[in-house]
Design a protein around this ligand. Structure first.
Ligand code: SF4
Length: 222
């Protein structure tokens, strides 16, 4: 079965606890959300269909054979919203079966149950400022594995920060999960966020999107 693929590119992981690691990105086409700050709107519809076998062969060609180690070959399936395509969980399992470390970037609006547990899930909990906060599936919290998966908050403004902090506190998440707080590019002042997190003693990780600092912010394929 085929998946619609927007782009495949080799770059540095720009976010999360694995930031800075070389990574092959498979960006799938399609997303039912329309976040106010979306920087990948080109992935809503653009793309070509590729058989899963072709995608797997392309992964091996680009990454080389899997090998162990802390910075082993790493592949991330992203979007768009990758879980909007029904074949994605099978692709994730087949990438794992090849022996690679595999990550999935998702908005948490689709059920995580079919995602193989060994996949590193980077789940973007949409805030009110995104305009899509209501899409969140609360049951997805059950499928996050402490020490492996990450919960990300992309904050549009100060109100988003206070909302995210309270949301995590209510659920005891600061004691359980790796939480990433990052400012929306050119919307929330990174310094304000960093200082606020320090002042509040927040047990969360501040992050900026590395690729936007290294290359032009609008550049594709990085
Ligand atoms: S979930 Fe991601 S791809 Fe979809 S609209 Fe939001 S930011 Fe864009």
């Amino acid at each position: 079965m085929a998946l619609k693929v927007n782009e495949i590119f080799y770059s540095l992981q720009g976010e999360g606890t694995r930031a800075g690691r070389p990574c092959l990105f498979i960006r799938l086409t399609g997303c039912p959300l329309r976040c106010t700050y979306c920087d990948t709107a080109y992935a809503f519809t653009e793309g070509t269909f590729m058989e899963r076998e072709t995608l797997l062969a392309e992964t091996v060609r680009r990454l080389g054979p899997p090998r162990p180690g802390p910075n082993a070959p790493f592949v991330e399936v992203t979007g768009g919203e990758p879980l909007a395509q029904g074949e994605t969980p099978r692709l994730l399992q087949e990438l794992l079966d090849l022996g690679y470390e595999v990550a999935l970037e998702t908005a948490g609006s689709h059920d995580l149950r079919p995602v193989p547990p060994a996949v590193v899930k980077i789940v973007d909990r949409k805030t009110p400022g995104s305009g899509e906060g209501h899409r969140w599936l609360e049951s997805n919290l059950e499928f996050l594995i402490p020490g492996q998966d990450e919960l990300k908050f992309v904050l549009s403004d100060e109100a988003d920060y206070h909302w995210a902090k309270a949301w995590c506190e209510e659920r005891g998440l600061f004691q359980r999960h790796d939480l990433l707080f990052s400012p929306v590019w050119q919307r929330l002042d990174p310094r304000w966020l960093a200082e606020r997190m320090l002042a509040d003693g927040l047990a969360a990780r501040f992050q900026l999107q590395l690729h936007k600092l290294i290359w032009e912010p609008e550049r594709r394929g990085v």
